[in-house]
Design a protein around this ligand. Structure first.
Ligand code: BMA
Length: 916
């Protein structure tokens, strides 16, 4: 596996400046040890200066926390340069400073920075001295800086701050090139941290040459029908000379050698050559082939034929296209789909946000584990959303290896931005730095300019944009097309670019001319869509959009009670407690979740009080039993979220073969930045919510899905085939009376479904189920047995409660379904750090949404299935894939928490007894 440490520059001596530093407040009232890379908050916690946990309760808005932002923090490092060190060139390489910083070396001003996302290289030869040196980096208050910039700007540029009081954040984030969500988001807190957040080093040449940066890009060139490999170097040299670059690929690709001319001073040199198609194995997204990667070593020799530097890249060969062409067969509108290596692909995935406020707090292992969870849930794409940060090279290498396609946004979101010369120049540099760094990664299949900034203007999210859309549209074009797109195109045209998401498509690609506005009748016919509906029942399909590609859609849920317990006290354990409401940064989010529970299950009576009555009236009475109730609330929110989002996902997957021609579903959002009520499918810390288990089902290569159209009493069952060969087989449907647990009907039908398409296979009507006008709720199970030669597998539909659209009365279930663990065996896995727990469960009567969870710290991993139904007399075998220390598992069954819908009923009736 390639990693950062393999990147080396043989000849330059690199003085690693990471590790121990000192951090002090400008007035010297605080002075602590610091760790670089990092951010000041972390050092203050480490030194016990910051005593409160920033993630606990509402600490994040407390004065002690906010004062940190207002302080000017100074990082200092002493380092020693040996007398014998002779150098002609010395570069201070800052890979990431967050954000407004002034750098001095031995008291001399080296420079200043104003962009968290840029790599700053300073020539420091004139300031270094033999013996001890002091490097000092001073950080300004980011919030104050942004405010100052906004005030000095000739006109108001909106950032949605007025609309987001529930976020408890800071305004004017659009005036600073800093992670936008660090000023708060509707799922995250505002800490506006500062610090040396990425590695820092000093580079000295030895023979008069220093390579500052190495870049490599591979792209398919149709005119040559071959792969072009471009190598790009940025150097500093003490004289003009001829260099030789030798490239050695692994896996049998031919070695090459190239002459490069370099001139004295700062210079860049570029060289490209072609590799024939035949020896190359392409990088394929998962599900379509192997994500083949190549390693290539570039060695530079000087005119004395001695090696002056070398570097190893991991690269791949892939053709990425985004097809936005008129539809054939007389259909209106245009397609929006990814064509990778010539194959049209349905994008199945999710949206990625920063995994922790303080980047260092999230290890690469944790990021890898999240990406592996995407693979485990059958995804092939993630969208790195524009309000967060560009991830490290290692992150993209993991995506390369796992075959996950990346939709990469530039870091602009939910705001309009200034467009003065200073700002635009800053952006040009940012785009150039990030493109050069990232373009080597085959996983990146799309560059996108921003998140929702065009929609901001078109939908008039702020009075200013309603009053003067022209001004903001001109600014928009200047920033995303004239600045970002043109800076990007100078470096990389091998992948498609879109200016924004959601989009209304382009009228013309050259010159890039966007449609901007869609008429009502054109909605969903062009571009991609973001869709949120918090009002209607999430199971009512007619409210979902008809769209070519849905790059965001989501519903909120609580984190698990186990996670919530760690950041709260018993007083906070109410759906509408101060903390619950405060930490849900989406206004009215708590009530909306209650409403969804009401829509889908009808609220247990006690929860209903929260929803319908004035909360304060009942809070006192409920305090003693709130733990149970709150735990139940968290569980129910997760059940309704899972149901809503998979129903929607499956609607989009079926849409591939319908008039909608949908070719992508990326739900909002994979992960969390902290424990809070959000849209995530995996909570902060890595625990899968039921949604993640359900999504795994929806994104399988063959999907059996059912839905109940509006105004019908039928369930339509479709089979969607994402495989590249047709499938045939038999679909079996069984139904059970939920109240009695008795099997009622069974039927079957044979089917054939073409490759990459979706077919209606069966229509289950209430007649078939024996509807006499007062149908008791049925549990419908469907199994597709595929008998094609290349695929001999069985796929299940997610169990459906029929009628799907009616709220399901929990009272139909037995109060105690009698679930028991028949067997629990722990087995070592193939790797030492992996193990499996095999569990067999059974139940005396029907049990719905049976959720398993380990009630013990240190047990990490996921089950192969969760939130499932148990039928009487049908034992179910479940596997838990554990990671880490196996001894953390207590094989006593007491650690295994089992919950089902009946607990909601049980809890509700207990509460009722207590209340009335
Ligand atoms: C979308 C995203 C995010 C946001 C999410 C949920 O619009 O782009 O900005 O967090 O909705 O509201």
């Amino acid at each position: 596996m390639a990693n950062e440490s393999r990147i080396r520059n043989l000849n330059a001596r690199t003085i690693d400046l990471n590790g121990e530093w000192h951090l002090s407040s400008q007035d010297q009232s605080v002075r602590v040890k610091a760790t670089v890379p990092g951010q000041a908050h972390l050092d203050l916690i480490q030194a016990n200066v910051l005593k409160e946990d920033p993630y606990y309760g509402i600490n994040y808005v407390k004065d002690s926390m906010r004062k940190l932002i207002e302080t000017t923090w100074v990082y200092e490092k002493d380092f020693f340069l040996d007398d014998s060190m002779v150098y002609a060139i010395a570069i201070l390489d800052c890979e990431g400073l967050d954000t407004i910083a002034t750098i001095t070396l031995n008291g001399e001003r080296v420079g200043c920075t104003q962009n968290q996302f840029r790599r700053y290289l300073f020539d420091v030869g004139a300031f270094l001295k033999p013996g001890p040196n002091i490097l000092r980096i001073q950080f300004e208050d980011a919030v104050k800086h942004a405010k100052k910039k906004a005030a000095a700007y000739p006109y108001y540029v909106p950032d949605m701050f007025n609309m987001s009081t529930a976020q408890h954040g800071f305004p004017h984030r659009n005036f600073i090139r800093k992670e936008q969500c660090s000023f708060s988001w509707d799922w995250g807190p505002a800490f506006a941290p500062c610090g040396i957040w990425r590695p820092i080093s000093l580079k000295l040449d030895e023979q008069g040459i220093l390579v500052k940066s190495w870049y490599l890009k591979t792209s398919y060139k149709a005119i040559r029908d071959a792969w072009e490999v471009q190598i790009h170097l940025e150097l500093v040299c003490d004289r003009d000379q001829n260099l030789v670059a030798k490239l050695r690929f692994d896996k049998g690709l031919p070695a090459t050698e190239h002459q490069l001319m370099v001139t004295a001073g700062q210079c860049t040199t570029e060289h490209s050559f072609f590799v024939e198609l035949s020896p190359v194995n392409r990088w394929w997204p998962r599900g379509y082939g192997e994500p083949t990667l190549y390693s290539v070593e570039v060695t530079l020799l000087n005119d004395n034929a001695s090696t002056v530097a070398s570097h190893i890249f991991q690269c791949g060969f892939v053709e990425s296209e985004l097809i936005q062409d008129p539809l054939t067969e007389g259909r209106d509108g245009e397609s929006f789909n990814f064509r990778i290596n010539g194959v049209d692909m349905f994008a199945k995935g999710t949206n990625w946000i920063p995994g922790h406020v303080f980047d260092r707090m999230m290890t690469m292992e944790q990021k890898r584990s999240l990406l592996q969870s995407c693979v485990a849930a059958n995804m092939n794409m993630i969208r790195i959303w524009g309000g967060g940060r560009y991830e490290s090279n290692e992150f993209y290498r993991i995506c390369n290896e796992l075959g996950i396609m990346v939709w990469q946004e530039f870091m602009f979101a939910c705001a309009l931005y200034p467009t003065n010369d200073e700002f635009l120049e800053n952006i040009r540099q940012e785009v150039s730095d990030q493109t050069k760094r990232l373009m080597v990664h085959p996983c990146i299949v799309l560059w996108s300019g921003n998140n929702e900034n065009q929609e901001f203007i078109v939908k008039g999210w702020d009075k200013a944009t309603v009053r003067n859309p022209y001004l903001f549209t001109v600014d928009y074009h200047k920033l995303y097309v004239e600045t970002i797109m043109s800076s990007l195109n100078k470096l990389d045209t091998s992948r498609p670019f879109i200016s924004t998401s959601p989009s209304a498509g382009v009228i013309c690609k050259t010159p890039y001319t966007e449609r901007y506005v869609l008429q009502d009748s054109e909605r969903g016919l062009y571009g991609d869509v973001h869709f949120y509906d918090y009002k209607h029942n999430g199971l009512h399909v007619e409210h979902y959009p008809n769209a070519r590609f849905v790059s965001e859609y989501g519903a909120q849920s609580m984190p698990s009670f186990r996670a919530w317990r760690k950041i709260s006290s018993p007083d906070d354990w109410h759906p509408l407690s101060t903390l619950s409401v405060h930490r849900n940064h989406h206004k009215s989010g708590q009530l909306e979740m209650l409403e969804q529970i009401e829509h889908q299950f009808q609220l247990p009576a006690a929860l209903s009080k929260y929803y319908h009555a004035n909360f304060k009236d009942v809070s006192e009475i409920l305090i003693d039993i709130s733990e149970n109730l709150f735990d139940l609330f968290c569980y129910l929110t997760q059940c309704v979220q899972a149901r809503s989002i998979v129903n929607q996902t499956e609607h989009y997957i079926r849409g591939r073969s319908e008039d909608r021609r949908t070719m992508g579903a990326l739900y909002w959002q994979l992960n969390d930045i902290w424990p809070a009520p959000t849209w995530s499918s995996i909570e902060h810390g890595g625990r899968w919510k039921p949604l993640h288990y359900y999504i795994k089902h929806s994104f399988a290569d063959v999907l059996v899905s059912g839905y109940q159209p509006a105004k019908t009493r039928s369930l339509r069952i479709h089979i969607s085939n994402d495989r590249s060969t047709p499938i045939e087989g038999q679909l079996f449907v069984r139904s059970y009376d939920i109240t009695s647990g008795q099997a009622t009907t069974s039927t079957s039908v044979s089917f054939t479904v073409n490759s990459h398409s979706s077919e209606l296979v069966m229509q289950v009507t209430s007649d078939l189920l024996g509807d006499d006008g007062a149908l008791a709720p049925r549990l419908l199970l469907a199994t597709a047995k595929i008998t094609s030669k290349v695929c001999n597998k069985t796929y299940e539909m997610l169990p459906q409660i029929f009628p799907v659209r009616d709220p399901f009365l929990l009272a139909c279930l037995k109060k105690d379904p009698g679930i028991s663990v028949v067997e629990l065996v722990v087995r070592e896995g193939a790797l030492r750090s992996e193990y499996q727990i095999h569990i067999t469960l059974q139940s005396l009567s029907i049990a719905g949404f049976v959720c398993l969870e380990w009630d013990r710290d240190g047990v990490e991993g996921y089950f192969d299935e969760n939130a499932f139904w148990l039928l009487p007399e049908e034992p179910k075998a479940i596997i838990f894939y554990g990671k880490g220390d196996m001894s953390a598992v207590d094989t006593q069954k007491s650690d295994l928490q089992i919950r089902s819908l009946s607990d909601a009923l049980h809890c509700a009736s207990t509460l009722e007894t207590l209340l009335f």
